[in-house]
Design a protein around this ligand. Sequence first.
Ligand code: ZN
Length: 180
Amino acid sequence: MSETQIEAHLLPILICPDPKLRKVARPVTPGDTEEVRELISDMFATMYKAPGIGLAAPQVGRLLRVITVDVAPKDVPAPLALINPEIIAKSEETAVQQEGCLSIPDQYADVVRPARVKVRYLDENWVKQEIEAEGLLAACLQHEIDHLNGVLFVDYLTPLKRNILLRKLAKAQKDMQAKR
Ligand code: ZN
């Protein structure tokens, strides 16, 4: 770990249909540096605890263009924090991945997206980076960047499938609250 170790906090994850999940997040500016450093550390802690392979700042109620991902197997962590990520190229070829979302707990569906993407972003040290991704990482990056634009994976489903899934989610949430 780095020498500037900061204590991470678990953040509450917003659940669909929280209206904040539908907002467009604003770009991070140099004035946000300190806040974003802390946010990224908290987002990693929250994402690993969930557990999940990706998290976007709007999911923890912060409307900033920041995402964290880690699609590596559990014993080989590969944390990736992306500030102001932008998809600058995508393949015509598509791929299907089963997707889930920490804001839509326990609901999964196949989603079709470009198979490969190139993403430009700033890393935690404010250095411009580019990453080319395919497979699970490509789907995960697209899913998380969608969150920054208020888009959820259920938006790619047919209205019928989406309604069934969201109704199941609402029922599960209600049952859970009743048990509390
Ligand atoms: Zn998600």
